[in-house]
Design a protein around this ligand. Structure first.
Ligand code: AHM
Ligand code: MG
Length: 335
């Protein structure tokens, strides 16, 4: 019988055979995975666990928080606070950074997360997720502040998400490819189900909120318009469209079978670069996509090269199969 490989064993292999992670980074990923297991249990209980509905509060971005946004945030904070692997955390649901208490030893890692992505889908039993990103600071840094988090995404040492769908899956990169783990509920462990995920370079599927069509910039309108013309247009083939409205679910589909995901800048609020947040949504997803052989841009530049200026900075997002992203980028170049 072939032996199943669980998350800990995979991480030990990465540490021992490939030298890509440290014991503290291994602990960090294990703790995040454990927290995601707890969130998955809460998601599954739904109304029976009293976790649905509004929390009656707003986050720093003026969005109404759901009970599960708040619960997931607390689960991640509590799980990660005491292990000695972290210096500080930051989250979509917190105004400022959360330094590890002086009662605990401080590590050299920073953890950022969107604790519950796809909040509008929580109460309607549609797939949601948790997204996370890990950065490093110089050992011995005395006082951790927001500016330590403002690193370009290419400096992430790990990134991933947990998708709470028909199965709970953890999709992870520690900088050496993308691995997928499926939660075995009876055993309580994440089991490796795909070791080196690769996105097909060519695809015929796109994922975008079409209701915003009239607000997009001309290059995005052109790209989608040509896809919609199908066989009769310049692309010469038919395209399919899917939109869940949870970035985790939409990107997961693309990672598994190819496609492009777009949440571009639009002119409703021209000074806002986009809807999604750079540090804990766009960056971790972009690292996963690149590690799987795809590409991620904001229109003109690689997302992972953007130098952040604020913790909750937003960003235009176009990611997925390489050939499609290259075409989109060419449409953004001045004629
Ligand atoms: P959230 O983090 O508050 O859930 O918001 C981000 C979500 C993404 O998951 C998703 O891609 C997008 O917002 C959906 O936006 P729209 O409401 O335009 O469909
Ligand atoms: Mg989100």
């Amino acid at each position: 019988m072939s032996q199943s490989i669980h998350l800990t064993r995979y991480l030990v292999e990465q540490e021992r055979e490939h030298g890509v992670i440290t014991p503290h980074l291994r602990l960090l990923v294990e703790v995040v995975a454990r927290a995601c297991k707890r969130i998955s249990i809460a998601v599954n209980k739904g109304a029976l666990g009293g976790v649905l509905g509004a929390a009656g509060t707003e986050n720093v971005q003026g969005e109404a928080q759901k009970k599960l946004d708040v619960i997931a945030n607390e689960v991640l904070l509590e799980a990660n606070e005491w292990g000695g692997h972290l210096a500080a955390m930051a989250s979509e649901e917190m105004d400022t950074v959360f330094p590890v208490s002086e009662n605990y030893p401080r590590g050299e890692y920073l953890l950022l997360f969107d604790p519950l992505d796809g909040s509008s889908n929580i109460d309607v039993d549609v797939t949601i997720g948790t997204i996370f990103s890990v950065l490093q600071i110089p050992p011995g840094t005395a006082e951790v502040s927001e500016h330590h988090f403002l690193q370009p995404g290419r400096q992430q040492v790990a990134a991933g998400y947990c998708v709470y769908g028909p199965q709970t899956q953890l999709v992870l990169t520690v900088g050496r490819g993308v691995a997928v783990f499926t939660l075995d509920r009876e055993q309580g462990t994440f089991v490796l189900t795909e070791r080196d995920l690769q996105i097909p370079a060519r695809t015929s599927e796109f994922s975008i909120n079409m209701s915003n069509l009239r607000h997009w910039a001309p290059p995005v309108r052109r790209y989608i318009d040509e896809c919609l013309q199908g066989k009769d247009g310049p692309r010469g083939r038919d395209f399919n469209m899917r939109w869940v409205g949870s970035m985790v679910a939409d990107v997961h589909r693309i990672l598994m079978r190819g496609g492009v995901f777009l949440y571009p800048w639009d002119k409703r609020d021209p000074n806002k670069p986009g809807k999604l947040r750079l540090l804990y949504e766009a960056n971790p997803m972009s690292l996963l996509i690149e590690q799987a052989g795809g590409a991620a841009i904001d229109g003109t530049q690689r997302i992972l090269d953007i130098v952040p200026t604020a913790l909750h900075q937003r960003c235009s997002v176009m990611l997925g199969s390489r050939e499609e992203i290259e075409l989109l980028q060419s449409y953004h170049q001045p004629a």
